[in-house]
Design a protein around this ligand. Structure first.
Ligand SMILES: Cc1cc2nc3c(=O)[nH]c(=O)nc-3n(C[C@H](O)[C@H](O)[C@H](O)COP(=O)(O)OP(=O)(O)OC[C@H]3O[C@@H](n4cnc5c(N)ncnc54)[C@H](O)[C@@H]3O)c2cc1C
Length: 472
């Protein structure tokens, strides 16, 4: 059995490990933290000690990769159908709903958007024209163009960008329209629009995402003789003659395998490569890549306040509001838990924690009058400095593919070149791509070795003639 070591227990590392285990490799996954999930792992509520999901239990069901991963790991039963989850758009005290019961594809989306009551009729028509232009446009779009500029080029005005495209972009990519490179955003929207029954098809998980990873994905790897080694930090990748010979693990010696996948963010990658490799033009190219911070405001009310599973705000600062009463344990113990996520704009940074909580609460009351009477038990504000990979205009050339100049080393992570903006889908895809490339290379290697063996056998020199022995 071939062995593979995966560094990083985030979604990309788990996806690589699942795919490798599925291809018959014996996998050892090494994670620095005490739990799996990376940026999806759960937090602990300082007041009650209960686990809280760092991230809301939803994703955009254009998400083929995540769906495929869950299918493989046997976690599909924990995910609710996307068709049941309408999406609320909150704009200037008006609530528009993107219905998901229309037929799939462009027609469904056009119908859905044309009924979006939170925007004016002329803006709805503009948005419909935008959806058609995005889905049907075949012109090549340069990576240096931002999605905002592209939307302007296809006739979208600032008002409809602010009240429709920007919140949807935040939901589907974790980034705002000015932040993201146009071809990546267009590809993401096209895939989401084309696959979903109306709008972008939001799916909800019945348990927190971190639990989904822990219970099903980790179980799948263990069941195939894999090993998950948490609270272990890889300090150095030992590379000799262009080949990885092992991973130096803090206080735990050297881990050796036939092949290695590093599924970590760029800064961690550079820190664990030997100096001469970190400075190698191939790897050094990643230095300019960055991340977008997000601020999460968790409010714990004494009762359920949000009537929706998920709402997106079209306020200038953007923001997602989500409520499912779910904790990372999936127990549903917190029906009054509301989580709001804001892309950190300079304005958001300047607010104190108390001001952020108050602002979120006021915003809630604007749309849900019932929230006025609910008592806020406590709150938690967390700033995630490196939340989402910043697939900014022009960043494409710094994103590396999964293959490297080091013979038995592959890369994964939301920042690698997957053709997607990053985020959950990009992470899941990057892990799968790395595993498939690794497997292909090993099978080709094996085939080549087999060919060489056959070749050697067929051209084997005829046995040396036995020297004649003198007789008698
Ligand atoms: C609050 C928040 C909101 C988000 N919102 C969205 C969204 O709306 N849409 C979206 O698509 N995405 C969103 N994301 C991003 C998404 O969660 C990430 O893109 C994804 O989880 C990244 O997975 P990854 O495996 O690529 O990286 P990570 O999750 O960062 O995993 C890397 C892992 O490697 C480990 N590691 C690093 N160095 C070492 C070492 N030396 N030894 C051992 N282990 C090491 C780390 O501990 C980590 O667990 C959000 C993230 C956050 C935090």
């Amino acid at each position: 059995m071939q062995t593979a070591a995966v560094v990083g227990g985030g979604l990309s590392g788990l996806a690589a490990a699942i795919s490798l285990a599925d291809h018959g490799y014996q996998v050892t996954l090494v994670e620095r933290e005490s739990s799996l999930g990376g940026r999806l792992s759960s937090l602990s509520d300082p007041r009650t000690g209960a686990p809280i999901d760092r991230w809301p239990p939803f994703w955009v069901d254009g998400g083929r990769e995540l769906g495929r991963l869950l299918e493989k790991a046997g976690g599909r039963d924990l995910v609710e159908s996307a068709d049941s989850a309408d999406l609320s758009l909150l704009s200037r005290s008006r609530i528009g709903v993107l219905k998901q019961r229309w037929p799939r594809g462009v027609l469904g989306n056009v119908l859905s958007v044309s009924r979006l009551s939170s925007v004016t009729w002329p803006d709805r028509l503009r948005a419909v024209a935008g959806v058609i232009a995005l889905c049907c446009g075949r012109r090549a779009i340069p990576d240096s163009l931002s999605f905002y500029r592209h939307l302007r080029q296809i006739g979208q005005g600032n008002r409809i960008i602010g009240s429709f495209w920007n919140p949807l972009c935040l939901l589907t990519t974790g980034l705002l329209v000015e932040d993201i490179s146009a071809p990546l955003a267009v590809a993401r929207f096209r895939s989401a629009f084309e696959q979903s029954a109306g709008t972008i098809g939001v799916a909800h998980s019945r348990v927190g995402l971190s639990r989904l990873l822990e219970s099903r994905i980790a179980g799948f790897i263990r069941a195939r003789e894999g090993r998950l080694s948490v609270s272990r930090t890889v300090q150095r990748v030992l590379i000799v003659d262009g080949e990885v010979r092992g991973l130096e693990i803090q206080d735990a010696g050297v881990l050796r395998a036939d092949a290695y996948v590093l599924a970590v963010p760029p800064r961690d990658l550079l820190s664990m490569l030997p100096e001469q490799w970190a400075g190698h033009p191939h790897f050094a190219a990643v230095r300019p890549l960055g991340y977008r911070p997000l601020t999460a405001v968790h409010l714990f009310f004494d009762r359920q306040v949000l009537p929706w599973k998920l709402a997106i705000s079209a306020e200038p600062e953007g923001g997602l509001l989500t409520a499912r009463g779910l904790t990372a344990s999936g127990s549903g113990a917190n029906p009054g838990h509301v989580a709001a996520f804001f892309p950190n704009s300079p304005g958001t940074f300047d607010l104190t924690r108390e001001e952020l909580v108050e602002r979120t609460r006021r915003f809630l009351v604007d749309f849900v009058p019932g929230a006025r009477d609910a008592r806020l038990r406590h709150s938690l504000v967390i700033s995630h400095e490196h939340a989402v990979f910043l697939a900014s205009p022009g960043s494409q050339r710094a994103r590396l593919g999964c293959e490297t100049p080091v013979k038995n080393l592959w890369l994964a992570g939301s920042w690698t070149d997957t053709g997607l903006p990053g985020g959950l889908e990009g992470s899941a895809k990057s892990g799968r791509l790395a595993a498939e490339s690794l497997d292909l290379s090993f099978r080709h290697g094996a085939k080549l070795a087999c060919c060489l063996r056959t070749c050697r056998t067929s051209v084997r020199p005829s046995p040396r003639p036995t020297p004649l022995r003198p007789t008698g």
